[in-house]
Design a protein around this ligand. Sequence first.
Ligand code: NAD
Ligand code: MG
Length: 350
Amino acid sequence: MTARMYYDNDADPSALADQTVAIIGYGSQGHAHALNLHETGVDVVVGLAPGSRSRALASEAGLRVMDVSDAVKAADVIMILVPDTAQKAVYDAEIAPHLRPGQLLMFAHGFNIHFGRIDPPGIVDVGMIAPKGPGHLLRSVYQAGGGVPALFAVHRDQSGTARARILAYGRAIGSTRAGVLETTFAEETETDLFGEQSVLCGGTAALVKMAFETLVDAGYQPELAYFETMHELKLIVDLMYRGGLNFMRFSVSDTAEYGDYVSGPRIIDEHVRSTMRDVLKEIQDGTFANRWIAESDSGRAEFNRLRQADRDHPIEQVGARLRAQMPFLNPVEVQAGQVQAAASTPGASR
Ligand code: NAD
Ligand code: MG
């Protein structure tokens, strides 16, 4: 089965022509959605807490900023872009009491709807645009004339206009330039969590660290191990991004390609497949979501401990020193969750 893709021509911008869109939160996704919509000509208001440090940033960027409840009252479309763990509290206190018929409540990830933490009243439409990339990329690719592909879902079309408005939103942030794909909240939530755990974040980070440790433990120089296992990964991923595994294999040496075929499946073996299935099952049955919500609600002791342990990993120490000598990479250092010595990369400081 081939999925139907929707492009610019499938999305009528007039569905948002006389509508106001409230972007709640101004982080990774929030700043990119707000600025892309604004530059496309959509009326945007950013909803933030009174003391939020993002207020100044959004105002300086030329956006209207309001308290969350006022933004909800002013809006026809409300996109919730605060962290998934914070959404329920913000929704209960400042969004739900002000909802009215005809409004469209949107999400960029299905977590809170799918796991039943937010249950919007039947009077509003509910939908999703989930860009398949981080916010700074959504912004910079749009500015370069392109778009980050996205998933969209129509969870509830009470007004009969939800689908058109969601597609118009996808067009306004640039995503229909690349193509948007229809999904459900369940499919998006489960595949998104699985993708980030198995490959994008978890699998890749663990693979890189283990390969680095294996070389260093065997007596090789850590700097060399860094270049082999982390630095070069970008070059390989760029080839995959442009032409898939075939282009990567076309570009590397025959020796590298042969090693890929004979050793890759030994490293990522059937044991890994079985673990991936376990991880997927725990995502599907809510085990992971419950664990993460409990961890977040109880002060994040485990999360902070794990974060600190990896922050001090030798590959991070060696990598920071080497990247500092390669200013053309636009190196950044992250300390206590903040980007410190960022060069002027779009999105490096947001
Ligand atoms: P984020 O952590 O970058 O930023 C959230 C922003 O919300 C903060 O900058 C702040 O302005 C505000 N905020 C933070 N805590 C708050 C609180 N307690 N109350 C009110 N406001 C608060 O979040 P993000 O990564 O942009 O994620 C937003 C949504 O987008 C999530 O649903 C996420 O799953 C989804 N998403 C993220 C990405 C990504 O790459 N970051 C990609 C696709 C979808
Ligand atoms: Mg994702």
